[in-house]
Ligand binder design. Sequence first.
Ligand code: NAD
Length: 486
Amino acid sequence: MSEVVSGRNLIEGRWTPALSGAVFARRNPADMDDLVGEFPDSSAADVAEAVSAVADGAAEWAEAGADRRAEVLRRAADLLEARRAELTAELVREEGKTLAEASVETTRTPLNLRFHAGEAHRISGRSYPSDDGGLVYTWREPVGVVGAITPWNFPLNIPSRKIGPALAAGNGVVFKPSPVTPLMAQRLVEALLAAGLPPCAIALVHGGAEAGAAVAADPRVAAVTFTGSTATGRAVHAAVGPSRRAQLEMGGKNPVVVLPDADLDRAARIIVKGAFGLSGQACTGTSRVIAVDPVHDPLLERVVALVEGLVVGDGADPGVGMGPLAADFQLGKVLGYVRIGQEEGAELVTGGRRLSGGGRERGLFVSPAVFTGLRPEMRLAREEIFGPVLGFQRAADFDEALSLAADTEYGLASGIVTRDLGRALAFARRSRSGVVKVNQPTTGMAMNVPFGGLKESGTQTYKEQAGPEMMLFHTQEKSVYLSPPD
Ligand code: NAD
């Protein structure tokens, strides 16, 4: 059995338990007897201390200058890379990802931090003509304390996309990670400190909803960057209010349209990767296939064949194609939606059962599920499941496919598989989602490209969490009017 980690908060540069002494346990979802660690179950009082520490110390980091900030982020990237094999194994054990999925994340996170390091040097203002011979210019400064509240499905990558740009801009950070993946949060903060980040510039507060709500509500936190469910995002938005900044990346119900001209084998591979990668626990994961007749039946057959060939098991085993669900509440939710789908009259074609044989009895394993016969009003067609459950909808033609794809409150990602460039362009133009994929899985984003959801998948201010535009959230602009002296 591997090491049991004794996790701590980081406040004022000290690794400390919760004020109450309360802890929560994190277990390996592939083997719930394997205790990964115990972590502080922080309350609002812990958050208040963390915010005080960063509010007092943030000015020092703001003065640090771009060279130093960039250097710290680059060094942290080097340190994470040097520990990549160990981190990958820990990520598999903590979250349940497969080895392949975890190594994508442990490779990507250092690259993110290097990208953010470059942004430290690119922060710039503009200058304007002035009639009196003077100058009007703008400059961008740090916002102060940034609160980062993150989910568990990318426990290194998503925090790096928040903490990296926040630190590059000279902000202090109060980081409240998901209680499902506290160890990865701790590893990220350890790397930043080892890289020379002054402890006054960051606090780590473990815990759940109470700690998250306290970060969002604290008026000393100037900007809250949140990724998680739409329901929690709405609560965060309400707590932040109009005079502070909120960046919300929320849920999705992402469709893939398949047109009759598509290569169906390729379409099936694209769909299965997008729907069942990360055990279906990706915000941009494919959850609906809208197949335009006559391809519905042959496509369904191909998708089911691939899905039934997926090996479900402990992600640490290199032969495994789909790991466990990340937590008990995920297992309950996924099995609940399988039941709802059947009660609503959708047809379960394969999967949707808890798996226990072959060494899986102590883990949170389900067989990947495929439904067909989804009607637009069904909960299965409307609600985010965030698990390995895929539903097929049948469309008579391209126009019906477009309207079925758009018939959702979410607007994160959408995809189309076709050889018809005109239809692909029309789909991209008419889709109401922040990301549109043509002949690619709905999952997988580049760090240098804007990323954020439309409709209920994001706030429509500061939605970009990648690409250069992300720096706008982490900096505030001032306009300076300068006249020549007499
Ligand atoms: P969640 O909303 O349950 O939790 C997210 C974070 O918010 C956690 O740190 C949690 O402790 C904290 N939190 C809970 N209640 C809070 C409150 N009242 N105030 C402040 N913080 C609170 O989401 P999750 O289960 O961790 O993650 C899954 C969700 O995240 C899915 O809906 C998924 O679509 C979404 N997600 C979105 C993106 C994106 O980029 N759009 C990326 C990844 C995940």
